[in-house]
Design a protein around this ligand. Structure first.
Ligand code: C2E
Ligand code: MG
Ligand code: MG
Length: 562
């Protein structure tokens, strides 16, 4: 009997309903017209906490905050009134106090003759969390957790619109030669330094949302109240000071250098243009030694643009290979009759602008790294031409960038070997600044070249930083006195004294001395009276195209033989 009663109870409509509700994985509620909870399942209790008894027969609005309750009641009434399903999304407090995102689907039903609203909740908290994470990733840099370039652009655009009367300045900050730090200490230390620098930037700016990591070693900062050059300069100096204190590295303090470009907004300026201006300024700052900053101005932008165009054209010209040429300027001995050498000087015949002077394009080739293939090409061309004049030295200019390029010594020796030139015929011209800033790798490469017989010449002597007393410390075979001293010979006591001193030290150390830029006979006479034995200059010959240089050399050799 008891069993039968139990069985009847199990098949009663209420029990069937509960069984079905419990079988559903989603939290479900049945709510009557008076907002009272008629039934809940276990999934709902698990989501909201408390047990079934707690929820039953109480209006659901009693559990909700006033605003939420009013909205819920209105939506509930709407489903009763229209009979149409309703789907909404809301945020509720979970049983553990954590916020849950739920989608609520309501449907009007009739159960046991009574109209109710079947309310099914779907917990979409993990979905929303994943979306938030994806959004965060899309707008943040994973290494430093700073906002990324996309976030910065949006913020900048918003700042320009929201605050046109006091727009922010934009500082672009690049770490100086950060690749060297990565190479020296490894990527892990590099990453730690980037994080430490990011932390300093974020602390110095007004909150992390004013700072962004825009690339590997590039950062950006938005600075408020900075609408003129003075304000921008002060902001740049503040950022320079941040990098000034060394960072803790695994084997002691590590100093980071920075380059900063800054532009500030004018009324009506869009975010893209402000960014472009700051980039112009950064480009200029990066051409300078570490810890330089540069403020945007229109003339600078025009120059940077011209240089960028020239860089692109230089790259195209190198690929095409038919716009460059090598000219040769003879070097004459003391009597002025014997050609003892030539200097190879590169020439660029630009299809539109005609001849571009090396003083204009060599620095651009250096900044872009194109000097390495260009320098190899010049050397190859010059060696191929001069191998038939083994008694005449071939001088080729070598930029510091070329010298630092890996395998430079092997490449030079391979070119010599390919053309069958004795290394002793080749002179490599480097400047004082190159010699003074040599690292161990460059020093070793130069030592190997000298060992093979290649001579090292100090070019443009007197224009760099070294004093005469340095000369004996530099392992060079010859010095070229810069043409500015030769030019001033007749007018300046100082120029005369310097030339005499260089010649004196050269003699004492057994280093040959060549005077550059000899343009007239008075200069030649002066130089000869001081004991200078080699000259190069327009007085004897301008740099000549290969065909004319060959004719010049053959004529002089015939004359010397006669
Ligand atoms: P540099 O190596 O000191 O070359 C001498 C420069 O002085 C050449 O200018 C030459 O034409 C000029 N010159 C020679 N005699 C006289 C003279 O009597 N009076 C005057 N006023 N100038 C004279 P250029 O060819 O314009 O080259 C300028 C600089 O460009 C060179 O100075 C060198 O530093 C660089 N350069 C030229 N070719 C190359 C190259 O193939 N590779 C590299 N890395 N640098 C190069
Ligand atoms: Mg030279
Ligand atoms: Mg020179």
């Amino acid at each position: 009997m008891q069993q039968a009663e139990q069985g009847d109870a199990d098949t009663a409509p209420g029990s069937c309903l509960r069984m079905m509700l419990e079988a559903l994985p989603s939290p479900v509620l049945l709510i009557d017209r008076a907002d009272r909870i008629v039934e809940v399942n276990q999934a709902f209790c698990a989501l909201a906490g408390k047990d079934r008894a707690y929820w039953l027969s109480t209006p659901i609005t009693a559990y909700l905050a006033p605003g939420q309750a009013a909205r819920f009641a209105a939506e509930h009434a709407q489903v009763f009134a229209t009979g149409e399903d309703l789907e909404t999304e809301e945020v509720i407090d979970g049983h553990d106090g954590a916020i849950r995102h739920v989608v609520t689907r309501r449907r009007r039903v009739v159960f046991d003759g009574a109209p109710l609203v079947l309310t099914i909740l779907t917990d979409i908290t993990p979905l929303r969390a994943a979306e938030a994470h994806i959004r965060h990733l899309a707008y943040h840099d994973t290494l430093t957790d700073l906002p990324n370039r996309a976030a910065l652009n949006e913020r900048l655009a918003a700042a320009l619109v929201d605050c046109p009367q006091a727009p922010p300045a934009l500082l672009l900050i690049d770490l100086y030669q950060f690749k060297d730090i990565n190479d020296a200490f490894g990527d892990c230390v590099g990453d730690a330094l980037l994080r430490a620098f990011a932390y300093r930037l974020a602390s110095a700016a007004r909150g992390p949302d004013r700072v962004a990591r825009t690339g590997g070693d590039s950062f950006a900062v938005l600075v408020d109240d900075c609408s003129d050059a003075a304000g921008a300069e002060a902001a740049c100096r503040r950022m320079l000071a941040l990098a000034d204190t060394p960072f803790a590295g695994p084997a002691g303090a590590v100093a980071l250098g920075v380059s900063i470009g800054c532009a500030w907004a004018e009324p009506g300026l869009c975010a893209d243009e402000l960014h472009r201006r700051a980039e112009f300024a950064l480009y200029e700052a990066k051409r300078q030694p570490a810890n330089a900053f540069c403020l945007y101005d229109a003339a600078l932008a025009a120059e940077v643009q011209a240089r960028r165009t020239l860089t692109a054209e230089l790259r195209t010209a190198l690929a095409a290979g038919d716009q460059f040429d090598v000219h040769y300027q003879p070097v004459i001995d003391a009597g002025g009759h014997r050609v003892v050498g030539v200097e190879a000087l590169v020439r660029w015949h630009h299809p539109q602008h005609g001849m571009v002077p090396p003083a204009r394009f060599i620095p651009i080739a250096e900044a872009s790294g194109l000097i390495v293939p260009l320098g190899d090409w010049v050397l190859d061309r010059a060696v191929a031409m001069m191998v038939r004049f083994p008694a005449i030295a071939l001088a080729v200019n070598l930029s510091p960038i070329q010298l630092r390029s890996p395998g430079i010594d092997a490449r030079i020796l391979a070119i010599l070997a390919r053309h069958g030139m004795d290394p002793r015929q080749l002179q490599l011209e480097v400047t004082e600044s190159t010699m003074l800033a040599m690292d161990a790798g460059v020093e070793a490469a130069l030592a190997r070249l000298r060992e093979a017989g290649v001579q090292l010449v100090l070019d443009d002597f007197g224009t760099g930083y070294s004093s005469l007393s340095h000369l004996h410390k530099l392992a060079v075979d010859r010095v070229k006195i810069d043409q500015s001293f030769v030019h001033d010979l007749g007018r300046s006591q100082d120029a005369r004294a310097i030339i005499q001193a260089v010649l004196g030290i050269g003699q004492a150390l057994g280093i040959g001395v060549t005077a550059e830029g000899v343009e007239d006979e008075t200069q030649q006479l002066f130089l000869r009276s001081f004991g200078c034995h080699e000259y190069q200059g327009y007085l004897f010959s301008r740099p000549l195209p290969a065909i004319e240089a060959v004719a010049f050399l053959e004529t002089h050799m015939e004359r010397a033989a006669a």
